[in-house]
Design a protein around this ligand. Sequence first.
Ligand code: BTN
Length: 247
Amino acid sequence: AAIEFGLDAPYTVEYHDSVDSTNNRARERATEGTVDTAVVADEQLGSRGRLDRSWTAPSGGVWCSVILQPDLPPAHVPLVSLAAGVATATACREAGVDAHLKWPNDVLVGDGGERGGRKLAGILTEMEGEADRVSWLIVGIGVNANIDAAELPEGATTLRAETGGDIDRRLFVQRLLESLHDQLADPDGVLDRWRMYSSTLGQAVRVELPNRVIEGEAVDVQFPGGLVVDTGSGREVVHAGDCEHLR
Ligand code: BTN
């Protein structure tokens, strides 16, 4: 583990050439009491995605897990995930792509049908806490950066594929962490900024919940991060699940 990342970022950065998952490494550090630290790796061999999916993380990506200790009840953690989505989309836009957010926090480019576009980045938030207070929170951010799209699963894209060039990953991590820090410093504005970046609002969507499926028009997001769906026979708020754009 090389700690020297040579960055002037709002969080301490711990860099690794290769780990199983930066979220796993961050969890170890969090249980030791480390906070305000970002674990970054060049490649991950056992990377994880949302909903128990795997995530392909070869060398060349931006694989980053930030350990935070916000003074929040666990129920408000979804707002931090949305904030991380906004921060990631912001950094991707600065890198020259027209990035949008698909609820809750997939970063997409283009508007490809059901998937809602080509997937450029994803976020996996994990926490431990008591009923009323988070002990630690890990915000895992994966951005497909200097990678050929052919190395990734179908439906994924990369900054390289979209722009034809490679980014300076150290600078990207710095901007990403600054952007995350800015979002978390102004939690009251997170939902409005999410709305500005969203490609989900106004769309016909299908959301798979653990025990049922909801279809309707996505009309808003509401605190602390639920998607408001107008089903035609009323409004429902969904708090977790997988969202597909239907047109
Ligand atoms: C998703 O869209 O399903 C979320 C993907 C999250 C991937 C990132 S890469 C850094 C961090 N470490 C992991 O194992 N996963 C997250």
